[in-house]
Ligand binder design. Structure first.
Ligand SMILES: Nc1nc2c(ncn2[C@@H]2O[C@H](COP(=O)(O)OP(=O)(O)O)[C@@H](O)[C@H]2O)c(=O)[nH]1
Ligand SMILES: [Mg+2]
Ligand SMILES: [Zn+2]
Length: 367
């Protein structure tokens, strides 16, 4: 059964509660045809309307298999649905008519050889990027998640989890500040409840946030805490598959009592980004600050005289590892941008330069 649903019993869901605030042409859409997608399953989705939950079926036109999931409904989507009918499971049901324009989205490049966009969540205000204050802590992985958020116009907030396991959150917070820059960081422990109130404060009614981060960092535990005792999500987001076994569903939207909505996601093994150079630069504080002091404003940090990046690499103030991560991310981002519909006209030139820089650096590193 669908764990998300039972609390809706006596709760009249109105559209504002699910985050629907139409503007422009959207105002003409009949409100009783609007639903929000809360989970995606094979062949159908679960949705919520102002009257309650509904199975949303994907008919023929949505079954053509586009490579990218960008044209398929994703958790968080507002959609237009057909009139309600009763399906074979005796549930309220409707057919999907249209996915309404996404205000924001978080997507990555799906793992695999081809460059395929995978939409993780849409129409969210905040991305809570969870990293635990232990071995999992990894600046480069954080930078990748931040990029996913920024590229989709979502505000990233770092949740430093499990701080009960360390003496203080300070060293982690300052490492984030030093390498990434000024971002909101909320130290949290689900054991002592430190920080949970700060997260809750961001979840006003109508506001949606998505939890991102590796598996095991404590996302679902925080989600459970925010939902309160009455609504317990299983630790692994699960659903019963057709054979009655447990199969994991990787993303699901929940309602916070007296608050907004949160989308829990399963950990991603790979976080391949789609991002612009500007976005990549903005997540590498050291490098973007140094680059501003290069003699030439278009310095490619190769053989130009008075290159601050090269000087910093030489005197060790910038580590080869960090610069390597930066170039790798730039290359990856530009490649993805070129291959997906996000491509902008100047990408080709940018890609050329980046590829050249990357090769030069690899040569430099003797790889
Ligand atoms: N010490 C400590 N352990 C935690 C905390 N939050 C979660 N855990 C544990 O970390 C493990 C993974 O938690 P889970 O919420 O399933 O992680 P998820 O994969 O990110 O959803 C579980 O064993 C939790 O009990 C915390 O704040 N402190
Ligand atoms: Mg989880
Ligand atoms: Zn330079």
């Amino acid at each position: 059964m669908f764990v998300n649903m039972y609390f809706l019993g006596d709760l009249t869901v109105n559209l504002k509660k699910i985050g629907w605030s139409p503007s422009g042409a959207e105002k003409k859409i009949e409100v009783d045809t609007v639903a929000r997608i809360i989970s995606v399953h094979r062949g159908f989705c679960r949705g919520i309307t102002q009257d309650g939950d509904v199975n949303v079926y994907l008919t023929g036109k949505f079954q053509v298999q586009p490579k990218s999931s960008a044209n398929k409904p994703a958790v968080g989507d507002f959609v237009r649905i057909s009139p309600i009918f009763i399906d074979e499971q005796n549930s309220h049901a409707a057919a999907l008519e249209e996915i309404l324009t996404r205000k924001t989205k978080v997507s990555r490049i799906a793992s695999g050889r081809e460059v395929v966009e995978q939409v993780l969540a849409t129409n969210v205000e905040f991305a809570f990027i969870v990293t635990s204050a232990n071995q999992d802590f990894n600046i480069n992985r954080l930078q990748r998640y931040i990029l996913l958020a920024k590229e989709g116009n979502v505000t990233p907030v770092i949740i430093l989890s499990k701080i009960d396991l360390v003496d203080g959150a300070e060293p982690f917070v300052s490492e984030i500040r030093d390498h990434i820059g000024d971002l909101e960081v909320i130290p949290v422990s689900s054991i002592t409840d430190v920080g949970l109130a700060l997260i809750r404060k961001k979840l006003d009614q109508g506001v949606t946030s998505v939890f991102l981060g590796s598996s095991g960092v404590g996302k679902s535990t925080i989600v459970n805490k925010l939902l309160g005792e009455k609504i317990q999500v299983t630790k692994d987001i699960r659903e019963d598959d057709s054979k009655g076994r447990h199969a994991t569903t990787s993303r699901e939207l929940f309602f916070v009592p007296n608050g907004g909505m949160i989308i829990d996601t399963a950990g991603l093994r790979e976080v391949q980004v789609i991002a612009s150079k500007e976005a990549v630069d903005s997540t590498f504080k050291n490098i973007s600050e140094l680059a501003q002091t290069c003699r030439f404003s278009d310095c490619a940090h190769e053989k130009e005289p008075h290159c601050a990046i090269n000087a910093a690499l030489e005197d060790g103030t910038l580590s080869e590892k960090e610069y390597g991560n930066y170039l790798k991310l730039l290359k990856e981002a530009a490649f993805a941008e070129k291959k997906t519909s996000n491509a902008k006209s100047n990408t080709k030139e940018r890609w050329k330069t980046i590829n050249k820089n990357y090769k030069a650096r690899r040569k430099f590193e003797g790889k």
